[in-house]
Design a protein around this ligand. Structure first.
Ligand SMILES: Nc1ncnc2c1ncn2[C@@H]1O[C@H](COP(=O)(O)OP(=O)(O)O)[C@@H](O)[C@H]1O
Ligand SMILES: [Mg+2]
Length: 266
């Protein structure tokens, strides 16, 4: 209904976006340049951000665009895996047949990383997403697995990404050795008010809308309501489009943004 009402070919605020169509926010650019730095310098990196701030999306872009002749990317989300499955998935992504015993698994992972880097000249890039879900024991294990004798030549890139609660986990004494080895950090800031506005209008254009739909006050309201985090912006903007359609309004104004989101409790 709302697509027809606003002359849209598809939902402009759909969450499935091809990586080449992503909005180039300051966050996305900063994240990208830090991740590229990691490819050249290796070691451990920590990405922190509120839910829906665009961490996984930025990592997906990084994953997709990485040269496969120089790097071996392994993406592991902790949400869908148990601890054991996590180590097994890592071993098999690295090309091993995962062993049953944890000690053997760890050795497999380590030797696979060494082999890739020192023999094949391919740097393993291991991305652990949703790291805030990890029990402290896993953080401790990571330190063990990613401790190579020749520390000056880290034969890997390890990217840990998660919600802000990871900071307090890492500040525990037991996590000190891991924390100390993190050489790069980035904290997602969310979109600025200007970025939120240009994001919304560019999405509408991309979806085929040929006129201005959101008033400047509506765009400001979307920013305030969403905190500038892309997932919330999508929800708030979409709800406002639906609200305006239901009320037969040509434009989305500030009132529509607030009313729509009060009604749906976004
Ligand atoms: N740069 C971007 N351009 C367009 N949409 C984005 C961008 N970053 C995030 N999004 C949208 O926001 C949603 C949430 O982002 P996600 O990466 O899953 O957040 P996080 O991993 O921080 O929880 C994504 O599904 C995507 O639709
Ligand atoms: Mg995520």
């Amino acid at each position: 209904m709302f697509k027809q009402h606003f002359g849209l070919k598809f939902n402009p605020f759909d969450k499935e976006i091809p990586t080449d169509k992503l909005y180039e926010s300051r966050d996305l650019k900063e994240l990208d340049s830090r991740l590229k730095y990691m490819l050249d310098n290796r070691g451990i990196c920590l990405i922190v951000g509120e839910p829906g701030s665009g961490k996984s999306t930025g990592l997906r872009k990084f994953y997709e665009t990485m040269s496969r002749s120089l790097y071996k990317p392994c993406y592991l989300p902790l949400t869908t895996l148990t601890v054991k499955e996590f180590y097994q998935a890592l071993a098999s992504l690295l090309g091993e047949t995962p062993a049953y015993k944890k000690v053997t698994l760890f050795q497999q992972i380590q030797s696979s990383i060494s082999n890739l880097y020192f023999e094949k000249r391919i740097t393993p890039v291991i991305i652990v997403d949703e790291i805030h879900m990890a029990p402290t024991s896993v953080l401790d294990d990571l330190r063990v697995i990613f401790n190579f004798k020749v520390d000056s030549a880290n034969p890997f890139v390890l990217i840990l990404s998660g919600q802000p609660s990871i900071r307090s986990k890492l500040s525990l004494n037991s996590c000190y050795p891991l924390r100390q080895r993190i050489t790069m950090r980035y904290s997602m800031q969310g979109l600025t008010p200007e970025e939120t506005a240009s994001y919304c209008t560019s999405r509408m254009k991309l979806a085929g809308c040929t006129r201005e739909v959101f008033t400047p006050a509506a765009l400001a309201a979307i920013h305030t309501t969403s905190g500038g985090f892309p997932r919330s912006i999508n929800n708030v903007a979409l709800t406002a489009l639906m609200y305006s359609t239901a009320h037969k309004l040509d434009m989305v104004d500030e009132e529509a943004v607030y009313q729509a989101n009060v009604e749906t409790g976004v």
